[in-house]
Design a protein around this ligand. Structure first.
Ligand code: 13P
Length: 330
């Protein structure tokens, strides 16, 4: 483990005024998103779509890195491997390495992240292809009697072991314990689940001797459940999100990059802005998938003639997130 390299990569990922694009939807997930818009989903159409995003002129002003899916990292753009293409634009390539979330045996409605098997070898291969950071996502569901300690502990252990394996190869781990938006829970219940989760994640991270400066945390924001009748406003979301992080995340952590988690594009930007007005001991940026892609994907709609308009929208979404990350209004 070379801590200098890890620190440099983490700092470059968090450099103002930039953030990350998560373009690492699994084939199942992107198929679902394309289907919802009536877009034909083939290996070619997925590549055409991601190529539209990655080749957007000027987007490197706002994006420090892009998280890729296994299929994409093996493809090429303009005669270059996707990693080489991104590097040529000054964008750091990253890779999703989890294998999704699966039912946790004996714990109804709870999931555990998988993907540790063979991970050391997969990381070696991805590093050879040019990946400088990796992402691993676990999910925590709020509901009647859940999350259980067992679920939080199981996922925290997986995330910590993944992070240690990444750092062994000088790959910055992006550790993503997502507390899901689904449900009618209050923002206070979300806060409680977030603090319990993050405390356990960092307990396991410490036990596995992960270098904090050489990792990035990708948390959800503290939000009212999607079906909660009372929806907290941006100021409350920001205060509770920052408070939860301050209670559970060591200040040495290289940076925080929030996921959007199914919020509207506008809320994802407005909440990030308020979060940055408060600030913390870490840089606080974005690592959005839906929050940056919803609008351009709709405009693109699988048609070559819509590429320019979709790129203009994607540029606008990235710029808005970048301004919010800098504490400025768009
Ligand atoms: P969303 O921003 O759509 O939540 O996705 C972020 C992500 O990378 C999920 O793993």
């Amino acid at each position: 483990m070379d801590i200098t390299t890890l620190k440099q990569t983490a700092q470059a990922m968090m450099v103002p005024p930039k953030g990350l694009l998560a373009a690492d939807e699994s084939t199942k997930t992107i198929t679902k998103r394309f289907d919802a818009l009536g877009i034909e989903c083939t290996a070619e159409s997925i590549l055409a779509y991601r190529q539209m995003l990655f080749t957007t002129p000027g987007v490197e002003e706002f994006l420090s890195g892009i998280i890729l899916f296994d299929e994409t990292i093996r493809q090429s753009i303009d005669g270059k491997s996707v990693c080489q293409y991104l590097e040529s634009k000054g964008i750091i390539p990253g890779i999703k390495v989890d294998k999704g979330v699966h039912d946790l045996a004996n714990f109804p409605n709870e999931k555990v992240a998988e993907g540790l098997d063979g991970l050391r070898d997969r990381l070696t291969e991805y590093k050879g292809m040019g990946a400088k950071f990796a992402k691993f996502r676990a999910t925590i569901q709020i509901g009647e009697g859940i999350p259980t300690d067992t679920c939080i502990e199981a996922n925290s252990e997986v995330l910590a072991r993944y992070a240690a394996l990444c750092q062994e190869q000088d790959i910055v781990p992006v550790v993503e314990p997502e507390v899901l938006l689904d449900g009618d829970h209050t923002i206070e219940q979300c806060f409680e689940a977030q603090v319990r989760t993050l405390k356990m994640v960092f307990e396991r991270i410490k036990a596995h001797k992960v270098a904090l400066e050489g990792m990035v945390l990708k948390p959800s924001m503290v939000l009212s459940g999607k079906d909660c009748p009372t929806q907290a406003d941006s100021k409350k979301v920001a205060q509770m999100s920052v408070d939860a992080l301050k209670q559970s995340v060591p200040p040495e952590v290289g940076g925080i990059a929030f996921l959007s988690g199914g919020q509207s594009d506008e809320s994802a930007v407005a909440n990030l802005l308020e979060i940055n007005k408060i600030g913390g001991p870490w840089p606080l940026t974005f690592s959005y998938s839906r929050g940056l892609q919803n609008a351009p994907m709709k405009i693109w709609a699988g048609k070559a003639e819509n590429i320019k308009a979709a790129q203009e929208e994607f540029y606008k979404r990235c710029k808005a997130a970048s301004l919010a990350r800098s504490g400025k209004l768009s």
